[in-house]
Write a protein that binds this ligand. Structure first.
Ligand SMILES: [Zn+2]
Length: 467
């Protein structure tokens, strides 16, 4: 399988950060807040959110009457009916099973990444045809998407129980009631799905071609790859020990891009290029800097000197060097992770960087390498996972999605229509501190405009990706 490394830049603390973020503090259990004034999935604790202290902490409280669900679902349904593009669309809130908003928020965002949804639904159709009764994270997600897509009503609530149960069973890191990192979950989910698809392809090949082919397959590996292909995630699937790299799956077709890491030795001027694959890009955030600025910084030239000197193969010694990272292949679906949770040396703990990072609804990538494919790609924001709360270990995740002419907000089981200008509320905290809530976009999903008609592209590729 191809395990795609999540690319992190500018963070030497990252590994350490990841290791501790996955077991972030126990006080999550006792004090987990939702921006909506609800505690994630724990009705018994909701009453306590009425306390004035908590109200101050939360910034704003959503009263139950604000909900569009229940009696108001039909009102939302009526409004949605005015947009004919949305004729076959379903908008279903997901029940929270106790701090599972990290999961709900990512699932909602992925549901509205249409190429992803189409592939999941296709998978479900094939699964039905094959009569296969197996159960894994992919089949559970396929069931959930199928369930949503085949509801009679346009708007409602659904319980992703089987998916959550399976998730907890498959990975002990999720087998608790603690708040988890939505980005970690996204990465785990995409890698796991891809791994499952690869396994199934191997099984199919074995079944179709008999044992003779099997041995051939096991020894086929990608001979030349500049990618280091190492997953640094503590919860991601481990790369196979055989170091074989199987063919990309549709997860890669949708989300995978490549970066070129160029290092120029300042002594001999030799430039070495290394390619890295990514399923999402992690970018550092800066106070009052736009996403465009953050992306520019991502590709800024960095000089390696002192104890960071680079070992130049040509000089056969450590040399000062200039390094920069540029996008070589822009993915059809660009998932941008804003690194808002950081270990701060001066605090000695993880903190959330709530600063305002304005992001555009239309994004044009500019930090492409000279030989980049898919250059001049224009992207549209289709979904954003938003973290609400002031610290990494307590908080809540919600999702905003674009569906035709509508923007909708999914807060676990609640679905709301929001005005487009509300998106600005999710940029983060402005310096003035006027804006009290700390809701800030955490993962942004941009879809390439030339990929909008993704199904056509995907069908064309379908021959080498039966599953
Ligand atoms: Zn050199």
């Amino acid at each position: 399988m191809v395990v795609v490394r999540r690319v992190r830049l500018g963070g030497r603390k990252e590994n350490e950060e990841m290791a501790s973020s996955s077991r972030l503090s126990l006080d999550r259990l006792s004090f987990i807040l939702c921006a909506g004034g609800r505690l994630c999935g724990d009705a018994s604790r909701r009453a306590s959110t009425k306390s004035a202290t908590l109200k101050r902490l939360l910034g704003y409280i959503r009263s139950p009457g604000d909900s569009k669900m229940g009696a108001n679902a039909s009102q939302l349904e009526k409004e949605l009916n005015s947009d004919h593009v949305l004729n076959n669309e379903h908008f279903y809130g997901l029940i929270n099973f106790g701090n599972t908003c990290y999961c709900n928020s990512v699932i909602q965002a992925l549901y509205f990444c249409r190429p992803f949804r189409e592939r999941i639904l296709q998978y479900k159709t094939q699964l039905k045809k094959s009569g296969n009764q197996k159960e894994n994270l992919l089949t559970c997600l396929a069931d959930l998407f199928h369930n949503i897509a085949n509801q009679k009503r346009r708007v409602g609530t659904i319980a992703p129980k089987r998916f959550i149960t399976k998730l907890k069973k498959e990975n002990e890191l999720f087998d608790n009631y603690m708040q988890q990192d939505a980005h970690e979950f996204l990465n785990y989910l995409l890698n796991t799905i891809s791994e499952t698809l690869s396994e199934e392809r191997r099984e199919n090949a074995t079944r179709q071609n008999g044992t003779l082919k099997k041995s051939t397959f096991l020894h086929s590996s990608n001979p030349v790859s500049c990618s280091n292909g190492v997953d640094t995630s503590p919860i991601g699937p481990k790369p196979s020990t055989s170091a074989s790299k199987s063919e990309p799956t549709w997860i890669h077709e949708i989300f995978m891009g490549t970066l070129t890491n160029e290092t120029r030795c300042l002594n001999c001027e030799t430039v070495s290029c290394k390619e890295e694959e990514f399923l999402d890009l992690s970018v550092d955030v800066e106070r009052d800097a736009s996403l465009t600025h953050c992306l520019r910084e991502f590709s800024a030239t960095e000089t390696l000197r002192g104890d960071q000197k680079y070992h130049c193969e040509n000089c056969c010694s450590k040399q000062e060097a200039q390094k920069r990272m540029r996008i070589r292949k822009a993915p059809p679906m660009l998932a941008l992770h804003l690194k808002r949770f950081k270990y701060l040396d001066n605090l000695g703990r993880h903190a959330k960087i709530s600063c305002r990072v304005p992001f555009p609804l239309e994004l044009r990538l500019f930090n492409l390498s000279d030989d980049a494919s898919g250059s001049d790609r224009l992207y549209d924001l289709v979904a954003a996972v938003v973290h609400c709360g002031s610290t990494p270990n307590r908080g809540h995740y919600i999702t905003v999605v674009k569906a035709s002419s509508f923007w909708l907000l999914f807060d676990d089981d609640i679905v709301d229509k929001i005005e487009p200008n509300t998106i600005e509320d999710f940029f983060g905290l402005s310096e003035s501190g006027v804006q009290k809530n700390s809701e800030s976009a955490y993962i942004l999903f941009y879809q390439a405009r030339d990929f909008a008609n993704g199904s056509t592209l995907l069908t064309a590729d379908a021959h080498h990706n039966s599953f």
